[in-house]
Design a protein around this ligand. Structure first.
Ligand code: HEC
Ligand code: HEC
Length: 258
């Protein structure tokens, strides 16, 4: 009997320790709240609805148009930069990447120097703003494995055809300046006007690696009107599109010059 009691106590202790370890791994939301109030509240707001004191941020694009940038409203649980399929929640790693790297063109600075536990704590707190994180089943991340031929002239040419056929130009413009015929009428899911990416800036929010660009077409950018091409384009066509968009951004020219 004594022995059974002992085993039970040990088992319960192990459970607690396990839970504590899991919590540290997932991030501590309470600690995250303090950090959020210090570092994020000014833009994303007390309730995580994007209505912080900073208000709407403005930036002039190369095209001369002014981009109105709104900090994300976390309450709908819609995220742009995911490795998961369209409509899915981002993975924990996706959110950590966003918090770590921030966004160019959106005034959100990177937090690479912040200890990883603090970045995880921030992530845990961000997840409390939308009930989707408690309700939705997690989605499998999509892997982007770059074929060797990405960036070759042949692939760029094929990608140009895909860009034309899939009507990327309707939003992004024929030369990639973000000035296509539909570009003035796009609204995000919150009802605010949004401009398509101007490839000539070369400053991708998700990051400029071929894999990041591939994920953008594959997962779509939820909440922005930019669709997912996972079902309508095979993998090869999507990688050709990566080659063409890198060309539009001048990234291949730089490589050749080296
Ligand atoms: C200067 C304002 C500003 C600050 C401060 C800021 N953000 Fe943001 N954040 C933005 C803007 C603007 C966006 C929308 C970016 C876009 O899609 O253009 C955004 C988007 C996001 C997203 C959504 C990413 C996605 O995939 O849709 C997350 C997550 C996020 N911020 C987390 C944070 C966290 C955590 C902090 C604090 C450590 C923080 N932000 C601080 C402005 C800010
Ligand atoms: C209905 C309009 C629309 C269509 C069609 C469209 N996009 Fe987009 N795209 C957008 C918008 C809007 C954004 C800007 C989102 C943002 O800044 O957060 C965007 C952003 C992007 C980005 C930048 C992502 C980043 O990390 O900053 C890339 C790359 C991109 N689109 C490629 C494409 C390609 C290639 C196609 C065709 C296969 C395409 N888009 C079709 C509207 C569209």
């Amino acid at each position: 009997m004594e022995r059974l009691k002992y085993i039970l106590i040990v088992a319960v202790c192990m459970l607690f320790l396990g839970a504590a370890a899991a919590k540290a791994e997932d991030g501590d939301a309470k600690k995250g709240e303090t950090l959020y109030n210090m570092r994020c509240l000014v833009c994303h707001g007390k309730k995580g609805d994007g209505n912080g004191a900073a208000g709407v941020l403005r930036k002039e694009e190369l095209s001369g148009r002014v981009l109105e940038i709104r900090p994300r409203d976390f309450t709908l649980g819609l995220f742009r930069f995911r490795t998961t399929a369209s409509g899915c929640l981002p993975s924990d790693d996706d959110l950590l990447n966003t918090i770590t790297n921030g966004f160019p063109r959106s005034f959100m600075t990177n937090l690479k120097s912040l200890p990883v536990e603090e970045r995880k704590a921030l992530r845990a707190y961000i997840k409390t703003f939308s009930s989707r994180f408690a309700e939705d089943p997690p989605c499998e991340p999509i892997k982007a494995v770059k074929p060797k031929w990405v960036g070759t002239d042949d692939s760029v040419k094929k990608g140009q055809v895909v860009y034309k056929n899939m009507k990327c130009w309707e939003c992004h413009g024929e030369t990639g300046k973000g000035d296509g015929p539909k570009s003035n009428d796009i609204k995000d899911d919150w009802g605010f006007p949004i401009l398509p990416f101007n490839f000539l800036t070369g400053e991708l929010k998700r990051g400029s690696t071929p894999e990041a660009i591939y994920l953008t077409f594959t997962t779509g950018l939820d909440g922005t009107g930019m669709p997912s091409y996972e079902d309508s384009l095979n993998e090869e066509s999507r990688w050709n599109l990566v080659s063409y968009t890198m060309k539009l951004m001048g990234k291949l020219d730089k490589k050749e010059a080296h």
